[in-house]
Design a protein around this ligand. Structure first.
Ligand SMILES: NC(=O)c1ccc[n+]([C@@H]2O[C@H](COP(=O)([O-])OP(=O)(O)OC[C@H]3O[C@@H](n4cnc5c(N)ncnc54)[C@H](OP(=O)(O)O)[C@@H]3O)[C@@H](O)[C@H]2O)c1
Length: 327
């Protein structure tokens, strides 16, 4: 197949391009080239999607396109610029399009959506809600142009080349061993997908003509199983100390992401539904998540010289554990 990746210079776009090439497809990536490099073997076309005619430089027809855009204007330009010369359209969306973050086990069919962004609003980086609302608009624009699109609402994507450091924090932490501060309750659940599994499913969706809207994420797992998978994958021999949400919030530890945070940790009950979607439909439609231990091992092997800035520092973790034991 001739596949066009709109993006392809970072994490997930690169995974798509790499795996499409490995499967024998002819791959073109189109981006500015400012975020990173395309993978070897892919044809690269320099485009700026902020320009309404920016995709003019991408010539010819394609059997499939994979679009990772966040800005409605970029999607608007792509849908117009590719009309009549693309077969299957995958839009990589996000579970951040959902309005209800509290209710567990929602599905695409039951979960209410955020309202679309205001007309001409085009700044997904403004806030988490702006990101979700822009993606709702992007989905609508894709469906208007390509009624048979595959809308793949990705959940938390992890694995080698993830630049957020969220998953890497835990991989590094388990690899280091010792006493590990783990947040919340062992029975709380989390959910993720390895970029390579999401890419594999996206490519098969294009090959097989899968259409419709799905949550692209693996089944939820308990935090206990999450840490067991990390331990198995990294070979770490740390001991887990579970520290309550109340203690962590009282000590200014941030959830989710960033400095002095515990990545992957979300407040309950407000976010009890954010990483607990029922993805039975995606699994039935061909998404095949690999064991977490494999993702952890490969992520660790790919670390290289990357320095991670998200999560607790070693000193912060030691101080918090000391206070937790002394309380
Ligand atoms: N990471 C997660 O956990 C997560 C979770 C849910 C959903 N998602 C979704 O998954 C996808 C991730 O994609 P990704 O990993 O490839 O990262 P990304 O950061 O979304 O990549 C954006 C791509 O678009 C290109 N781009 C940006 N501005 C452009 C412009 N003006 N003109 C042309 N190209 C432009 C970038 O390349 P240049 O800068 O080089 O132009 C880059 O290749 C996104 O759709 C995201 O919303 C991610």
């Amino acid at each position: 197949m001739r596949i066009l990746v709109l993006g392809g210079t970072v994490f997930f776009g690169r995974a798509i391009a790499r795996q499409a090439l490995a499967a024998g497809h002819d791959v073109t990536c189109a981006a500015r080239g400012t975020s990173g490099d395309p993978v070897d073997g892919a044809r690269f076309v320099t485009v700026d999607r902020a320009d309404p005619d920016g995709l003019r430089a991408v010539e010819g027809t394609f059997d499939a396109v994979v679009d990772v855009a966040r800005k409605p204007s970029h999607v608007r330009h792509a849908v117009a610029g590719l009309a009549g010369r693309v077969g299957h359209y995958t839009f990589v969306s996000t579970c951040s399009v959902y309005a209800d973050t509290a209710t567990p086990d929602q599905t695409v069919a039951t979960a209410p959506l955020l309202p679309a962004a205001e007309p001409d609003f085009d700044d997904p980086a403004a806030s988490p809600e702006a990101y979700g609302r822009c993606k709702v608009t992007c989905e609508e624009l894709v469906r208007e142009g390509f009624a048979d699109a595959f809308i793949n609402r990705a959940g938390l994507i992890v694995g080698p080349e993830d630049q957020t450091g969220r998953f890497d924090y835990w991989v590094a932490r388990h690899a280091r061993g010792g006493e590990i501060l783990t947040p919340g309750d062992p029975d709380d659940r989390v959910q993720l997908v390895d970029a390579r599994d999401l890419a594999d499913w996206t490519l098969r969706a294009a090959e097989e003509g899968l259409t419709g809207t799905f949550d692209g994420i693996g089944a939820p797992m308990t935090r206990r199983d999450f840490h067991a998978g990390l331990q198995a994958g990294t070979g770490g021999d740390g001991t887990l100390t579970w520290v309550s949400q109340d203690f962590l919030t009282a000590h200014d530890v941030e959830p989710w992401f960033g400095p002095r945070s515990l990545p992957f940790w979300l407040l309950v009950p407000e976010f009890a539904g954010f990483l607990t979607h029922d993805t039975t439909p995606a699994l039935a439609a061909g998404l095949r998540p690999r064991p977490l231990a494999e993702t952890a091992a490969d992520t660790l092997a790919a670390f290289g010289d990357v320095r991670h800035t998200t999560g607790l520092t070693e000193d912060e973790e030691v101080a918090l554990l000391r206070e937790w034991h002394a309380r």
